[in-house]
Write a protein that binds this ligand. Structure first.
Ligand code: SAM
Length: 192
């Protein structure tokens, strides 16, 4: 059983887009990973799809909150938007290829829709900048966002960077919640 209901959202997205292909060389980065539902899915799919190989070096995960250990996942506690945490992520990645960046990050909700939307967009922009720097060409990005208007600009920016950009609302995401996910496939090679 999974630590979080959110696990089923990643399972759905993986079914549709085959995001987690354990044969791909490289590491996965999971942003906003606590309590660890998505990491558990990563670990299980790596095993199922890859046989009984060890899941060593599977993923690097980061969250403001603590997270109990998961085999194959190196966890860093801190603020993803913080330069010092970005350095620690970079060290954990080392010289490996990053094949997939995931973000299920959600801001601490104020209840004020415009504020929450703006905070969510800020997290997404940080994830996009991280992918610019660390994600390998050909790699994919999944990023949660909360609707509110500015996502159209974000989508346009993502389209410059990826061959395909889709907006998804998994069935397991609560209908009343304004959360959706950008699924970005096949990062273009760096230009310029
Ligand atoms: N995908 C996770 C799972 O399956 O267990 C659930 C993630 S939960 C919906 C969102 C998480 O984003 C929270 O744990 C929160 O602490 C984290 N978060 C929000 N802002 C963050 C930030 N700036 N840096 C790191 N984590 C952040």
């Amino acid at each position: 059983s999974y630590r979080a209901r959110s696990s089923y959202k990643l399972i759905e997205l993986d079914k549709k887009y085959d995001l987690i292909r354990p044969k791909d060389e490289g590491v996965i980065v999971d942003c906003g990973s606590a309590p660890g539902g998505w990491c558990q899915v990563l670990a299980r799919l790596a095993q199922v799809k890859r046989g009984n190989d060890s899941s060593k070096g599977l993923a690097v995960a980061v969250d403001l909150l603590p997270m109990l250990p998961i085999a194959g996942v190196q966890f860093i506690q801190g603020d993803f938007t913080d330069a010092s945490i970005k350095r620690r992520l970079s060290e954990a990645i080392g010289d490996r290829r990053v094949k997939l960046v995931l973000s299920d990050m959600a801001p601490a909700f104020s209840g004020h829709h415009t504020t929450d939307h703006a905070r969510s967009m800020n997290l997404c922009e940080n994830v996009m900048a991280f992918a610019d720097e660390f994600l390998s060409s050909g790699g994919s990005l999944v990023c949660k966002y909360f609707m509110g208007g500015d996502e159209n600009e974000l989508r346009a920016e993502l389209r410059k960077r990826f061959a395909r950009v889709l907006s998804e609302k998994p069935d397991s995401s609560r209908k009343r919640s304004s959360e959706r996910y950008f699924v970005c496939i096949d990062k273009k090679p760096d230009i310029g």
